[in-house]
Design a protein around this ligand. Structure first.
Ligand SMILES: [Zn+2]
Length: 80
């Protein structure tokens, strides 16, 4: 969609969070041109390449495991 791209060039991208990977890493998609960004290890925004997608998938898995463990721990300690 060329007109959307032009809009982005003129006014900047209109990024929305499309996926929360961890507390610090998100994936963003521009509502206009569908360009995708992600947070890299430096905390900066960078283009979402297939490599970053792989990293994010791995991060997400790790993060979810950790979050689940924490949740279970909290639950147990509140019962005891
Ligand atoms: Zn855009």
């Amino acid at each position: 969609m060329k007109p959307n791209k032009l809009y982005c060039d003129l006014f900047g991208h209109n990024y929305q969070i499309t996926k929360k990977v961890t507390n610090h890493v998100n994936e963003y998609t521009c509502k206009c041109c569908k360009k995708q960004l992600t947070t890299n290890s430096n905390g900066r925004l960078t283009e979402l390449t297939p490599k970053h997608q792989d990293i994010n998938t791995a991060l997400e898995r790790l993060y979810n495991n950790k979050a689940m463990r924490l949740k279970r721990k909290t639950l147990t300690s509140s019962i005891c």
